[in-house]
Write a protein that binds this ligand. Structure first.
Ligand SMILES: [Ca+2]
Ligand SMILES: [Ca+2]
Ligand SMILES: [Ca+2]
Ligand SMILES: [Ca+2]
Length: 262
């Protein structure tokens, strides 16, 4: 009885320690392929941050061998998973929005060998120093794994992972107030074609107000920057602006030529 109690206690302790270790292992989503971030909408870009302080070099899959991520010189990496669309076409092209030099590898998991098989690895085919991978003839509905890292860098990097089923996708931004200007605070979405509610610019400084956009009529001194110039405008007061003049008007912002010498 005593022996059973002791072994139960030991088992409990063992489970608690393993739970603790497991909890630490899964604490960062995307750190390993079995814990990959799920891309649920192919027409929407996903902002991801690779922070070497929390993201580790993947232990479960060998370095892919491009963009500085080679065996013996591995980079901390982040994993995403995507379901192949019905046309079997996957076009992955992160835009160069935040700078940085990234690499991308794409894998298919083989359940037989339990291995992640490398399908593609790219460094700079995309815009700037961004990778670009296009895969066709894939199996619709199959799951592929995307592995991102920063080229030989220990700095934190942010990128917009954009995967779609077309190769003419471009960056769009939400136009919530339908004034044809997109949300300036948004990272954008990669869409294959223009769609209602999205525009190809990010110039709207207030996407909740259709009277606010670049070029909108500015109402002076109302505390609102209608034309997205960065500031509210000051109302014009015509008068004499020459302080030495007899009829100097300290409120005047624009001289109307009426100044009379003392
Ligand atoms: Ca690169
Ligand atoms: Ca707008
Ligand atoms: Ca607006
Ligand atoms: Ca104003």
């Amino acid at each position: 009885m005593k022996k059973v109690l002791f072994s139960n206690l030991f088992l409990l302790l063992f489970i608690s320690i393993s739970d603790l270790l497991y909890a630490q292992e899964v604490s960062v989503i995307g750190d390993e392929p079995w814990n990959a971030i799920v891309i649920s909408d192919l027409n929407q870009c996903l902002e991801i941050t690779i922070d070497p302080a929390v993201i580790t070099v993947s232990a479960s899959v060998e370095a892919p061998g491009c963009a500085g991520n080679t065996v013996g010189s591995e980079n901390p990496d982040l994993w995403l998973l995507v379901t192949v669309p019905s046309d079997g076409h996957l076009f992955i092209s992160p835009p160069n929005l935040y700078g940085g030099d990234f690499g991308l590898a794409v894998y298919r998991y083989d359940t037989g060998s339990m291995m992640y098989n490398l399908l593609a690895c790219d460094d700079d085919t995309g815009p700037g120093l961004m990778p670009l991978v296009e895969l066709t003839g894939l199996i619709p509905g199959e799951i592929l794994y995307l592995r991102y890292w920063m080229y030989n860098s220990s700095a934190t990097g942010t990128l917009l992972s954009c995967a779609s089923s077309c190769n003419t996708a471009s960056l769009y931004f939400s136009d919530n107030d339908n004034d044809s200007y997109g949300n300036a605070t948004q990272s954008g979405f990669f869409l294959c074609q223009s769609s209602v509610g999205y525009v190809a610019n990010a110039m709207d400084c207030n996407d909740q107000d259709s009277f606010v956009f670049p070029g909108a009529s500015e109402i002076c001194d109302n505390g609102i920057d209608e034309d997205c110039s960065g500031t509210d405008s000051t109302c014009i007061v015509l008068g004499c602006t020459d302080s030495t003049a007899f009829n100097y008007n300290p409120q005047a912002t624009n001289d109307d030529g009426s100044c009379e010498a003392i």
